[in-house]
Design a protein around this ligand. Structure first.
Ligand SMILES: Nc1nc2c(ncn2[C@@H]2O[C@H](COP(=O)(O)OP(=O)(O)OP(=O)(O)O)[C@@H](O)[C@H]2O)c(=O)[nH]1
Ligand SMILES: [Mg+2]
Length: 707
């Protein structure tokens, strides 16, 4: 049997290939190698949680569509990301064409486990190409693979590959270009008591659900694998007759005491076991590998925490020391730009808008670009070596105490970069309640947008160079620890009182350590830097300009200082309305303006302060340059002359940003992922409420102690 890739089969559109395989076997790396795209790659399971479509070209230059999919161990889906794979392959999705052909990728060092999914995919009766990835690691794992036997047994093309090094891509492209591909000779014995149920379900699926016979058979087998539980929006439900047949069989087997789903799974594994016995040769005993030896320390109950603390300390240390020079450089460029515009334009509102609004606002945030780059470089390194999964592993001990599952850690750890990919990553979590709890607490992990706020406040709190960098690192660690503890604490509360559920089962796979691929790390870092700059050029620029208007109009009648003007303006009025609510935290109405505008995004707080306080330095027209924001903050006072940004107020502000939900994009993503407004609104309320209460406690205690 073979399929013919005629024009009519694909109706003139490019043929569609889907990439499927276990988590972390290199699907996205292969996808990138084929398409030249930059899909995110990382050395831990669950990096890809959504499908991504790209184009590659056949040997003869014809376009081929390739779909990268999340990783899964089985087509019987238990979590939303796995359901995507199942539904794309079964043609259940309305938004994606059913793939014409499938590329199954397996980790060649772990054939037995990986072949389970391949076994299920072969049931679909589609042409399949089997890619054995990570061939570079086979010999060191003490293995030898008899590829021709594997190819012969399965009857499909088998392509050995090293996706990360670009090896085997050419051969794969050749196989993909073949106009006809053999269909697998694969057949397996469905256990006797199950077989009639499969036939009956298959017939019903063909008749009532309008499925093709082979797809119907595969689907019948999945319906009989009891883990296949997840339904997602956009897929059509089963017809009533099919549901009734399924229920009738299950009742019958339960009556007879037959473990139907176990029988199916075992029967598959028996076939795979026989195949592997023939294909996999062990060339020698591989002792405890280097990964195991490193893990002896890194996931150790005590050393593990020290290593984690050390890693974080090094991260913050580099943020403070390495970033200094480029930061000063950007600072100087921004100041020069401001000065240049000042000289160029005639005095007036327009000039003030450009200097005091646009340049001060955007410049105030852009100076933190070096720190953002360093943060993402480090996170990228941790992800690509495999350390991230270890950090998740040691945190699990803590997390299981609060009732959350091991799978919640990767999303929480990703949230250190940004809550949005973190919340997306919760799609790997099977239990819907666990997933919701993780979504609710993810924005408490200190994301990169808080970095500018923390850094500015630390600079204001510990001015001058006399302060040791150790104190700064310590403060940063404190903020990250506060956010993390907050996330754990609330997870515990929510699990206990709001979303009780089964105690979770820890099932996490530790990927082997790998040398980081600098290219992946740098690409990811640049991509994040691009996002940061785009945010500065859009949201932050926009809000700075709007804020400038709101602080400039209506004009104060008669001569006035800049502070009188702001107080008289729209923004000043709004700030003063808010002041009674935030005065107990030590914040005045000008800080209030920053708090309101940074509901859009946390960095906006910095740009808002820059707009509100930069006016000071332009006082009386003697503005040679734009004073660095730090000094304007240091000069700010209450009406009675008391300093506004005291160390206690700076600390309280940092803590406010640890807890408060100040990010529109996160609200939007939570709304989409939970498909309701209830949860994002709840999240805003509980996070901002907590922020206020904690700040109140800290500020009032600090005052009472005489700070
Ligand atoms: N040694 C070696 N490493 C590889 C190879 N291919 C990919 N990797 C590494 O394997 C890790 C996982 O790669 P990804 O492409 O993210 O894997 P994935 O299958 O897309 O993972 P998920 O999206 O989580 O399911 C990365 O660290 C890659 O650099 C290979 O051929 N050899
Ligand atoms: Mg991937």
């Amino acid at each position: 049997m073979s399929d013919t890739f005629s024009k009519s089969a694909t109706a003139g559109r490019p043929p569609v290939y889907a990439l499927v395989g276990n988590p972390n076997c290199g699907k996205s790396t292969l996808f990138n190698a084929l398409t030249g795209l930059k899909q995110k790659v990382g050395n831990y399971p669950g990096v890809t949680v959504e499908k991504r479509i790209g184009t590659t070209y056949s040997q003869h230059g014809r376009p081929i569509t390739v779909i990268d999919l999340p990783g899964t161990y089985s087509l019987a889906a238990r979590s939303p990301d796995e359901a995507i794979v199942r539904d794309v392959l079964l043609g259940r999705r309305t938004d994606t064409a059913q793939p014409d052909r499938i590329i199954c990728i397996v980790d060649a060092t772990n054939l037995e486990r990986n072949l389970y999914l391949v076994h299920q995919v072969l049931d679909l009766g589609r042409p399949v190409i089997l890619v054995l990835n990570m061939m570079d690691l086979v010999a060191t794992a003490g293995l030898n693979l008899r590829l021709t036997r594997l190819e012969h047994a399965l009857g499909i093309p088998v392509v050995p590959c090293e996706a990360a090094n670009g090896k085997g891509i050419l051969e794969l492209r050749l196989a993909m270009s073949r106009p006809d591909l053999p269909l697998s000779r694969h057949s397996w014995d469905i256990p006797v008591p199950i077989a009639p149920a499969v036939s009956e379900l298959q017939a019903s699926l063909v008749e009532h659900d309008r499925k093709q016979p082979l797809i119907a058979r595969a689907e019948a087998l999945l319906l009989l694998t009891d883990q296949d539980t997840v339904r997602v929006a956009g897929s059509t439900p089963l017809s009533a007759p099919t549901t009734a047949i399924l229920a009738a069989w299950k009742r019958r087997w339960e009556g007879e005491g037959i473990d139907w789903s176990g029988a199916l799974v075992n029967s598959r594994y028996e076939g795979i076991g026989r195949l592997c016995a023939e294909v996999v040769q062990r060339t020698g005993r591989s002792g405890p590998g280097i990964s195991d030896r490193i893990d002896g320390v890194v996931v150790h109950p005590l050393w593990g925490w020290l290593v984690l603390g050390g890693v974080m300390a090094v991260l913050f240390l580099s943020i403070f020391t390495l970033a200094e020079y480029p930061m000063n450089w950007i600072d100087a460029r921004v100041a020069a730009l401001g000065g240049w515009v000042q000289d160029l334009m005639p005095p007036g509102d327009l000039r003030d808008l450009v200097t005091g609004g646009a340049i001060a606002g955007v410049g105030g945030v852009v100076v933190f670009l070096p720190q953002i780059l360093i943060l993402f470089f480090f996170l990228g390194l941790l992800e690509s070596t495999g350390y991230m999964a270890r950090a998740a592993f040691i945190m699990d001990r803590l997390m299981s105490r609060v009732g959350l599952n091991g799978k919640s850690f990767i999303p929480l750890l990703s949230s250190y970069a940004c809550a949005i990919p973190g919340i997306m990553a919760t799609r790997t979590i099977e239990d819907p309640k666990d997933r919701l709890v993780t979504i609710l607490v993810a924005p408490l992990m200190s994301c990169s947008a808080r970095l500018p706020v923390y850094l500015l406040m630390i600079a204001a709190l510990l001015p001058g160079d006399r302060v040791s960098v150790g104190a700064k690192v310590g403060l940063m660690l404190l903020m990250y620890a506060l956010g993390t503890l907050g996330a754990f604490g609330f997870a515990w509360l929510f699990k206990k009182y709001l979303l009780q559920g089964e105690p979770p089962l820890m099932l996490m796979e530790l990927p082997p350590y790998r040398l980081p691929r600098l290219r992946d790390v740098l690409l990811h870092m640049l991509e994040r830097a691009g996002l940061f700059l785009r945010k500065a050029g859009t949201i932050i620029l926009g809000i700075s300009i709007v804020l400038w208007f709101l602080t400039t109009y209506p004009k104060h009648p008669g001569p006035a200082t800049s502070q009188d003007q702001i107080a008289h303006s729209f923004a000043g009025t709004a700030g003063r309305v808010l002041e009674p609510a935030i005065k107990p935290l030590g914040f005045d109405w000008r800080i209030g303006i920053g708090l309101i505008s940074s509901f859009a995004a946390r960095e906006v707080f910095v740009s808002s302060l820059a707009v509100v306080f930069s006016v000071d330095s332009l006082d009386g027209g003697k503005h040679a340059d734009i004073a660095p924001l730090r000094s304007s903050l240091a000069a700010a006072v209450w009406p009675d002359g008391a300093k506004l940004f005291t160390p206690l107020v700076c600390l309280t502000l940092m803590i406010y940003y640890v807890f408060a939900m100040q990010c529109m994009s996160t609200v939007a993503v939570v709304q989409r992922e939970t498909n309701s407004w209830r949860w994002p609104l709840f999240q805003i309320a509980y996070m901002t409420g907590t922020a206020w209460l904690v700040c109140f406690a800290v500020y009032q205690t600090g005052r009472a102690l005489g700070f």
